[in-house]
Design a protein around this ligand. Structure first.
Ligand SMILES: [Zn+2]
Length: 364
């Protein structure tokens, strides 16, 4: 018996009896990147209940409802974050935003988000904020103080854990073009507080991308990055308009792009990443069933895909759970490729991208 045979016989039984690390454990160890997550949508249900009780607010928002109407909104834990369809979801998101009425509420939101995110293995994040919604409910609110409160928490997390969180100001389509321009100005005035870009969420059907060309041009001229939700509730045309008219660098959702082969080519050529949030699409009803989700077709079309959780507290699925579901679909190498895409498609500076890539490689 030569020495290599001896080595094999010694090593092989050990390998055979070594327990295979589960996919769950391997995914849990992977670094996670937020590129499509709304900070307000991470508010814990228990905190939402506490804040609404403090301020005597219903847990539902009904536009135009008189203030003295009897509050019958749900307060049972586990039943508060419920909705039937996309319009109802937008109203719930509004109710959650209304509950955040003071700078210290935003500090708490950021603190709880960061605690949960670190526990789930998030190593970098670009978070949406919707200050025009905050102001809609609380006209007296000092938006800058709220941004400062969030920034203080994120700066502390970065110092103590080496995890950077940046913010993207969502212009909120429902308030129209001039409000969007005002929000873009606010974004440009808060870059020292971690703002790196603008986004465009809200009612895509009634407020198409073309309305917001000026706000996007302004933001770009100010050196801000630009992203837009498109092709979620509306069709492929909305994605095309977000790319051609708004010159968005990434598209939120974009799933309806699957209906337009020429658009798929355009997205591939311009290397525009789609931020796919599978559970969100199911819960809002824009996709009818898991097997109907266009994700496999978008991957097969060779698009850059990143996976995220959108409004995790409201949808009941967080980024680690989305990653695990995706890994079960495409395997661990597919998930790793997706994380690498997220690092590359992020707006992190090159040095941070390299260290995130190193972190991903270290888990192989
Ligand atoms: Zn979103």
């Amino acid at each position: 018996m030569d020495s290599s045979t001896t080595r094999r016989t010694l090593v092989r039984p050990m390998l055979e009896f070594e327990p295979q690390e589960s996919l769950e454990a391997r995914v849990a160890a992977l670094p996670k990147i937020h590129l499509h997550c709304h900070l307000e949508g991470t508010l814990r249900e228990s905190t939402f209940l506490e804040l609404t009780a403090r301020d005597g607010l219903p847990t539902r928002y009904r536009p135009g409802a008189p203030a003295d109407v009897l509050d019958r909104s749900p307060r049972e834990p586990g039943q508060v974050y419920a909705f039937a369809d996309f319009p109802e979801f937008l109203l719930l998101f509004a109710a959650v935003s209304r509950a955040l009425s003071r700078p210290e509420d935003y500090a708490r939101l950021a603190e709880e988000f960061a605690t949960d995110a670190l526990r789930r293995g998030v190593v970098y994040g670009e978070l949406f904020l919707s200050p025009s919604v905050w102001r809609f409910f609380h006209p007296e609110l000092d938006l800058r103080s709220c941004m400062e409160a969030i920034y203080e928490v994120f700066a502390r997390v970065e110092r103590s854990h080496g995890v950077a969180f940046r913010t993207i100001v969502d212009l909120t389509r429902n308030f129209g073009a001039s409000s969007a321009l005002e929000s873009a100005r606010f974004a440009a005035s808060t870059t020292e507080l971690g703002t790196i870009g603008i986004g465009l969420g809200g009612d895509e059907l009634r407020f198409p991308p073309e309305l917001f060309v000026d706000a996007f041009a302004f933001a770009r001229a100010e050196g801000l990055h630009t992203v837009a939700h498109a092709g979620e509730a509306a069709g492929a045309q909305s994605v095309r308009a977000a790319v051609e008219h708004l010159r968005a660098e990434r598209i939120g959702h974009g799933i309806r792009a699957v209906d337009d082969p020429a658009l798929l080519t355009l997205l591939r050529e311009r290397e525009i990443a789609l931020e796919i949030c599978p559970t969100s699409n199911l819960r809002t009803g824009v996709v009818s069933a898991p097997e109907a989700h266009p994700l496999p077709a978008l991957l097969a079309a060779g698009l850059r895909i990143v996976i995220d959780d959108d409004d995790p507290a409201l949808f009941g699925a967080h980024i680690d759970e989305e990653y695990l579901a995706f890994a079960r679909q495409v395997g661990e190498p597919g998930l790793r490729a997706c994380i690498a895409t997220a690092i590359e498609a992020s707006f992190a500076p090159p040095s941070l991208k390299r260290s995130l890539e190193e972190r991903l490689r270290s888990t192989e």
